[in-house]
Design a protein around this ligand. Structure first.
Ligand code: APR
Length: 316
């Protein structure tokens, strides 16, 4: 039977998610948005592209949230994106209220779905989502790490002049400017990055610049676009997570997952490497951290915790 994928928020990321889901033949798509006409218009446009693309799946647009009923996968981008000069944290109150309502809808209409949150500020929003949807921790995740590590891979591939596909890396911590790119766990075709750059005589200052650019990668795009934030790479990243679940790929991906003791942290969501398969988050992988990484992670944890306590106060 065909799978059902519901996209809540039919804006820039939502529309791109729909397009990718259809082209990859992942399942039938429902686009839901509060804006009248817009999800219907995008669905009609996408449906007409099937004449050329030949995908066998249907797509519908609606303002009726009950249409998420019995979804296999839900991806949430509902909310407001950043504008130039705004941080992800500036979105907290508006998006927190939106995510709470969507969490309650998920509980009602599709409590067995695998749900991916993209709405920012990510780690706080996915916490709110899980709290109100009552989804199991394995079925409720946030998309950030795949995107942040894709940005790091891209910058490294340009600097090192190697294929982006040969770079393995991940980013730990919250999806904020204090995320922790894992340099010690980065390899180029299996060769540790640090050995690789030594051989090439690339100074560490250059790599540090790349790490900073990765941390600010979202802001750089917000500034260039002038209206809204990144959407192609965020959509691709979430689709990789959905695909890992739908196809039981057991993929190792950095995602915002619920921590219950891992990395010494409890009762919070944060970016960590996880295995995604048909049960959702099947395992959280812990890696040894250097003293410097532990320190950076602590800072990132503090930012996430302060956002969660602020949003809890707003919503209670
Ligand atoms: N329910 C459903 N959709 C909503 C709601 C709601 N309560 N409130 C707003 N929306 C819709 C808007 O109408 C809009 O179409 O969410 C959509 C968001 O789309 P965009 O403004 O294009 O934003 P996008 O770039 O897709 O980013 C969405 O993802 O990366 C994050 O920071 C980003 O939080 C932002 C989110």
């Amino acid at each position: 039977m065909k799978k059902k994928i519901t996209l809540i928020g039919a804006g820039n990321i939502g529309g791109t998610l729909a397009h990718l889901s259809l082209i990859k033949k992942l399942g039938d798509v429902v686009l839901i948005d509060v804006m009248k006409g817009m999800p219907q218009g995008k669905a009609l446009d996408l449906s007409q592209s099937s004449a050329v693309e030949g995908f066998p799946c249907k797509v519908e647009g609606t303002n009726d949230f009950s249409q998420m009923k019995n979804s296999d996968v839900v991806i949430i981008t509902a909310g407001i994106p950043r504008q130039p000069g705004m941080s992800r944290d500036d979105l907290l109150e508006t998006n927190g209220k939106i995510i709470k309502k969507i969490g309650l809808d998920i509980k009602k209409y599709c409590p067995k779905a695998f749900v991916i949150c993209i709405t920012n500020p990510l780690d706080a929003m996915v916490f709110v989502l899980q709290k109100y949807s009552k989804l199991s921790a394995a079925k409720c995740v946030g998309m950030a790490g795949v995107l942040d590590s894709s940005r790091l891979k891209f910058f490294l591939s340009k600097e090192l002049n190697v294929s982006i596909n040969d770079i393995q890396t991940f980013v730990l911590g919250g999806h904020g400017d204090d995320m922790v790119p894992m340099v010690n766990h980065t390899t180029i075709g299996g060769i540790p990055l640090l050995d690789f750059i030594k051989k090439r005589k690339i100074p560490m200052t250059k790599i540090n610049k790349i790490l900073d650019r990765t941390r600010m990668g979202g802001g750089e795009i917000v500034k260039l676009l002038q209206r809204g934030s990144a959407f192609y790479a965020p959509a691709s990243s979430a689709i990789q997570m959905a695909e890992a679940y739908l196809l039981d790929q057991k993929k190792l991906l950095p995602c915002a997952a619920y921590l219950n003791g891992q990395y010494g942290l409890k009762n919070m969501y944060m970016g960590v490497p996880v295995i995604i398969g048909s049960k959702g988050v099947e395992e959280i992988i812990e890696v040894p951290l250097s003293t410097a990484e532990k320190k950076m992670l602590k800072t990132s944890v503090k930012s996430v915790q302060s956002l969660v306590s602020a949003v809890n106060k707003i919503l209670n």
